[in-house]
Design a protein. Sequence first.
Length: 145
Amino acid sequence: MQFKQVVPYKLKRLIPMLGIAGASLFLGGCEKNEPQRDVELFFANDNIWEIFENPSIIQEIADQPDVRTVYLIPTGGWDNFWASNISRFTKTTLRPAIDISPKVRGKGDFDFYPGQASKVPEDSLWITQQGWTINKYRPLSDYQY
C-alpha cells in the first residue's frame, strides 16, 4: 500500500519565497564597516619617555577597533646614540613597544652617528625589519672614510 500526497503550489509564489529565504541568509551576516585609520606617534631623542614610559598608551591605541596600524616615528637627531646606546635602546624600548601588538610598526628614519649602527648589526637589522630606516637622509659628506 502506497500513499501519495500531492501538494499543490504555484510557481509564481515559490520563486519569491526562495528569493526571500536566500536574501535572509546574507542580510544577517552584514556588519557595519568602520573606516580604518593609522595612528602616528612621534618621539624624539629628548622625549622618548613620553610614549615609551607607559606602554599602556600604545596598547590602548592599538586595541581600538578602527585603528589599522600604530606607527612609531622618530624625529630629530640621534647623533648622540653610539653603538652601545643603540643596542640598549633597541632592547629596552623599541622591542617591547613593537611586541605590544601586531598593529605596532616602525616608520621614519633614525639619524644615528655615522658608522655606529653598523657596529651592532643584529640591532640595526631588527630596526630596519620593523619599518624604520637608518641614516637615510644623511649626506655622504658626513661619513669618514
